[in-house]
Ligand binder design. Sequence first.
Ligand SMILES: [Zn+2]
Length: 111
Amino acid sequence: MTIDELTKFLNERANGMRCPICKSTDWYLKVDDGVVRETNVATGYRQDLQAALGELITEFGGQQPKESTDQQAGKDEQDLLSSCIILRCNHCGRLEFFDRSFIEEQIHGKN
Ligand SMILES: [Zn+2]
């Protein structure tokens, strides 16, 4: 997917994306030759991220997921995290994560 395709998609679905922290619309995105770069968030950061997500869930009144009881859930989560688009707000540094394969599918349809 190109940066133009992603911009068009986000403008359509999010009506011009504003940073939830500072309300800026100036986003930075890693691009290789006009193509949006995929980031595998799962590699290396999985444990930290899981702990952080667990804390966040608890903070918002949810139940912390049980550890290593559900292997399939772990795998699904890893699949989601292996293909991400990361946007950074150029004003406050806020990071936003998107599921690249989901957006790819929405733009180009299923192969
Ligand atoms: Zn911001």
